[in-house]
Design a protein around this ligand. Sequence first.
Ligand code: ARG
Length: 459
Amino acid sequence: AANTMWGGRFAEGPDAIMTAINASIGFDQRLYAQDIAGSRAHAAMLAAQGILSDSDAAAIGEGLLTVLSEIEGGKFTFSTALEDIHLNVESRLTELIGEPGKRLHTGRSRNDQVAVDFRLWVRDQCDAAISGLEALMKAFLAQAEAGIDWVMPGFTHLQTAQPVTWGHHMMAYVEMFARDRSRFQDARRRMNECPLGAAALAGTSFPIDRFATAQALGFDRPTANSLDSVSDRDFALEFLSASSICAMHLSRFAEELVIWSSAQFRFVRLSDRWTTGSSIMPQKKNPDAAELLRAKLGRILGATVALFTIMKGLALTYSKDMQEDKEQVFDAADNLMLGLAAMTGMVSDMVANRPVLETAAASGFSTATDLADWLVKNLGLPFREAHHVTGTLVALAEKKGCDLPDLSIQEMTAVHAGITQDVYSVLGVQNSVRSRASYGGTSPERVAEQVARWQAALA
Ligand code: ARG
């Protein structure tokens, strides 16, 4: 049979495969609350403008609340024949209240309807990401505060570079997640314009009040161009882009956790709550949550690329291609929220192995730069020359199988006569990290300032 919503010009119903490819109700039912909120705002505005009678608008408003409670109570039967959430809700409304239900769609189209529903949903996800990030930042902050002056190796190329503090390393992630948070805040601010009332594409001849519906739905203002309003999915792309960068950060720390929790590193112990065992190897405690977090970016970035690809060739305005936006965003959002929560749990539970970190910090000639700097400061050597002298001493220590502080003063002076006993003071890792007190540097003093700054900012 022809469709009851638009079947006037149709003699035949759709092929079964057409229904399968066309219907979005299987996934867009997640927009039910936003759809009902949008319709309630629209109906109230129509009445305020004298386009609908007050009694029709009241019946619609109440009927929509009934539909809402049916859906939330699991008593609603979603119909594939009715394509999407918009037609499912409207059709049930009309079943419930009769004729007034058929007046709801005055001065509106599914094109602006889906645009407003989806914006409301993505806006909520920005808020969820922001609060998830704040919880995660607090977990890193607590780790940083506990180990402000613990020393550990800092790496470049995953090779020992210079000693750093645990607190400094944890605070690096606070900075990354703070930028992520500001990206979601920024995207939210930009997306907070209401497309409702753009109708199909050109606006409407009914005397609607778009400022009223925008305000009722918590938007800052209506969108300014009706063609853009129904064509635009920038808000979803911005959410996905911010999610991808955030998931990339999660993945980088996940990779560090995988390395750090290995028997060869033993920098941290992950709690039982975030690890799994092996069915064959009894000793195993695998960092599965971290591994999955490392993988999530693949999925979230995949969704981002998918939506860019869906949108890139679409002439204005709405095309049905755009219905493919939602599954990508839903999947990315679900996995991002899961990832933020899992990382917050892992970071809160993880226990740093301070003695192992300290021993590792002192190995691998990590204070070679300190030695070179000492030669510059105390003997006036040009840095390049100091670098060369230090390199010679490192090669000597390597040949002897010892670390830099284990070389005797005779061995040192044989390489450069000016070296004195004082040099040993800079070869210790504690002195090394304390000396890096430049703004943003790793010294406990500087890290404590950053911890305090962020504690105040997140309080
Ligand atoms: N289900 C559609 C979507 O998600 C709603 C808009 C459909 N509009 C239309 N004219 N067919 O994009």
